[in-house]
Design a protein around this ligand. Sequence first.
Ligand SMILES: [Zn+2]
Ligand SMILES: [Zn+2]
Length: 89
Amino acid sequence: MLPLDPQADIGRRAWVPCPGCADTRDCEPCAERRTCSLHWRYLLSNKGSLLHLQCPGCTHVWTHETGFGATRSLWSRVTSGLPRPAREP
Ligand SMILES: [Zn+2]
Ligand SMILES: [Zn+2]
């Protein structure tokens, strides 16, 4: 397992399925592309439509091409967080 990236910030999260652990399988909110409280990724950085992500579950790091550009609507969809994020036990 990799260590968490120093840029990992619970205040900046994205809801993208992890290619490393596929933990969103069989999860209803994730299947509906809602902001699941269990399955989210640290948004380390972004460049245009490319998101640099790290999975808190398996610490997999990857780049996700959204294909939409960093528009306002994308940001509200990808990074709209929950009001009070709880840390996983
Ligand atoms: Zn993962
Ligand atoms: Zn989920």
